[in-house]
Design a binder for this molecule. Structure first.
Ligand SMILES: Cc1cc2nc3c(=O)[nH]c(=O)nc-3n(C[C@H](O)[C@H](O)[C@H](O)COP(=O)(O)OP(=O)(O)OC[C@H]3O[C@@H](n4cnc5c(N)ncnc54)[C@H](O)[C@@H]3O)c2cc1C
Length: 394
């Protein structure tokens, strides 16, 4: 089967890419190994979309704004909020509806296992899907796999973050039955609560869920190589043991959590950063520090990197500048493979700076740009910009 654009990966980035490409009128296929769209936000249990400093500073645009408005119709309270917190179900449902309405063909349970190439061009991809092997051809491809899987399969150069620059891996979980959630109060007394793991210096939890009464707990952490299946399995096993230990600690030590019970545990380990494409340009820490002017901006990223405001995430190179930086079009385009564009957390960036571009709304925005660029044949910047303006993304 032949398409104009194939997007591999249906996380925030792949969602944005498929919608952006389809709205140029092209025939688009979206592939994912999972059962529905959402990627990390749905399958790693973090349906929290943190835009920039606040909605007032940088109003949401493009596909992200549409996604928020549609969620708002179901939930109704995002106006002016510093982050949109929803449920995995709602995030995935709204994405699926927008994809359907945009005319995107979707194939889930479909893991891409091979990319067939000739002369610096990807010709087709093969997926393993429900016990069958299927092949799909396209003119252009978007790598929205989060870990630059497609680029690697196509033999394109990638850059892998050293383990200590790839951020901790996490299994997020949710508890319900909390009688009182006083986050500032818990943070004040945290050091006296004998947290069972020595790395943690702050309480990381936030209200989520349909009635706002579930607390999403972000306290597990482990280091390792997310690209190594054996190490990933080891981390997953270890993280689930931590969930059990931390749940018991919550019940015993944290005021208001005495009767809490685990209501959901992320099925898939949460990976923050691992591997990036080698693009025509690389966003560097220096660019972000100096606010280097960008002549071909497609989206905004944050100017902070290497920090998560708790010690276990703070790196010696962390910087917290206020404001946003521009993400260049050239950081989405692969340096050599002529019909490959990346989106989301695997665009071309120095691994240390990856925090600045990995938040879900930013991934959706680079996704939309990557999808439009692919649909238009990776055109000159002015052509891409005109279409992104037409789509309300710039
Ligand atoms: C623990 C944790 C907490 C976070 N908290 C927040 C937060 O509070 N706010 C916020 O805005 N962001 C947060 N983030 C970051 C943000 O959610 C992610 O960086 C972002 O959603 C990544 O989107 P993506 O589309 O680039 O990648 P992903 O969401 O990883 O999507 C990649 C998709 O590609 C698919 N895929 C991969 N390989 C293949 C293949 N070979 N074949 C088919 N499909 C494939 C995967 O199944 C997946 O669906 C958090 C991340 C983590 C890990």
């Amino acid at each position: 089967m032949r398409y104009d654009v194939i997007v591999v990966g249906a996380g925030s980035a792949g969602f944005g890419a498929a919608v952006g490409a389809a709205r140029t009128g092209k025939k688009v296929l979206l592939l994912d190994g999972n059962s529905s769209p959402g990627g990390v936000t749905v399958f790693s249990g973090c349906p929290v979309f943190t835009p920039y400093q606040s909605f007032e500073d940088k109003p949401p645009r493009g596909v992200f704004k549409e996604f928020l408005d549609r969620l708002g119709d179901r939930w109704g309270y995002f106006e002016g909020a510093p982050a949109c917190k929803t449920s995995e179900f709602d995030a995935s449902l709204v994405m699926t509806r927008i994809l359907k309405e945009s005319g995107v063909d979707m194939l889930f349970y479909a893991t891409v296992t091979e990319a067939e190439c000739s002369q610096d061009r990807i010709r087709s991809v093969t997926v393993f899907c429900c016990g069958r092997r299927l092949s799909f051809e396209a003119d252009h491809f978007v790598d929205a796999t989060g870990d630059a899987m497609l680029t690697d399969m196509a033999g394109g150069r990638t850059v892998t973050a050293p383990e200590d620059e790839s951020m901790t891996k996490t299994v997020l979980f949710r508890v319900s039955g909390v009688s009182k959630f006083d986050k500032p109060g818990i943070r004040k007394i945290f050091s006296s609560l004998d947290f069972p793991y020595p790395w943690q210096d702050n309480f990381m939890g936030t209200r989520v869920g349909n009635d706002g009464n579930d607390i999403l707990i972000n306290l597990t952490a482990v280091r390792g190589n997310a690209l190594d299946p054996f190490d990933r399995t080891r981390m997953d096993i270890e993280l689930r043991e931590q969930v059990d230990v931390i749940h018991r600690w919550l019940k015993e030590k944290v005021p208001g959590f005495e009767n809490c019970r685990i209501s959901a545990v992320a099925p898939v380990i949460g990976v923050r950063g691992s591997r990036f494409i080698a693009g025509r340009t690389v966003i560097t820490c220096e660019d972000i520090d100096n606010d280097t002017p960008v002549s071909d901006p497609v989206a905004d990223g944050r100017r902070s990197y290497g920090d998560h405001f708790v010690d276990r995430f703070r790196s010696p190179w962390a910087k917290n500048h206020v404001g946003t930086h521009r993400i260049p079009y050239a950081s989405l385009i692969h340096e050599k493979i002529v019909n490959l564009v990346a989106a989301g957390r695997c665009i071309s960036i120095e691994p240390r700076a990856a925090t600045s571009i990995r938040y879900a709304p930013c991934c959706m925005a680079t996704g939309q740009a990557a999808g439009v660029a692919s649909a238009l044949g990776i055109p000159a910047y002015s052509v891409l910009r005109d279409e992104l303006v037409r789509q309300g993304a710039l």
